[in-house]
Design a protein. Structure first.
Length: 153
C-alpha cells in the first residue's frame, strides 16, 4: 500500500551519526578526579551528550540548568541534592533547576544529556558556563591533542 504522501526527507544529506566512545579519549576536567567523553553536540539545537567519569569524592560545583537535563547512572553512586542515585537510575532535571554540589559517593560513570547550557556559581559570583559551544570546543581541543600525539609517535 502506498503512503498518502511523500515522506522522504527534503534534505538528502540527512544521516545518523555514531560515536564509538571506545575510540575517543577521556578529557580530564579536574586532575585525577573527573573526566569527560563528548559523545554528541547538536549545533542546530544546542543539545549535547557526554559520558562522565568521576572518582569517589569528586564534587561538581553548584549550578543552574538553563534547560532540561537527563542523567543515566552506569556505575557507582551520585548524591544529587537529598537523593542518592545508583547504577540503572535515570534522572530528569527540569529547566531552571538550581542545586548545590553534586558528589560522587563511589567511582561513578554516567551518561549526561543536556538540552542547553548550565551556569555554575559560588556564593558570590558566576564561576562558569557550559553550553554546546564550550562542549564542542572541549571536543575539538581533545581531538587536536590526540592528533598531535599520534603524529609525534
Amino acid at each position: 500500500m502506498a503512503l498518502p504522501q511523500d515522506i522522504r526527507p527534503l534534505n538528502g544529506e540527512l544521516a545518523d551519526s555514531i560515536t564509538r566512545s571506545s575510540e575517543i579519549p577521556w578529557i580530564e576536567t579536574k586532575p585525577g578526579m573527573a573526566w569527560t567523553k563528548v559523545l554528541w553536540v547538536g549545533q542546530e539545537s544546542g543539545r549535547w551528550a557526554v559520558l562522565l567519569k568521576w572518582k569517589k569524592g569528586y564534587v561538581a560545583p553548584p549550578h543552574k540548568h538553563l534547560s532540561a537535563a537527563f542523567a543515566f547512572v552506569l556505575s557507582g553512586k551520585l548524591q544529587v541534592r537529598n537523593t542518592t542515585y545508583g547504577a540503572g537510575d535515570f534522572l530528569h532535571e527540569t529547566n531552571g533547576m538550581v542545586h548545590g554540589a553534586t558528589k560522587a559517593l563511589e567511582d561513578t560513570e554516567y551518561l549526561f544529556f543536556c538540552d542547553g547550557p548550565v551556569l555554575f556559581f559560588d556564593k558570590d559570583n558566576f564561576t562558569g558556563y557550559r553550553g554546546w559551544e564550550q562542549v564542542l570546543q572541549m571536543q575539538q581541543q581533545a581531538q587536536h591533542k590526540q592528533a598531535a600525539q599520534a603524529a609525534a609517535e
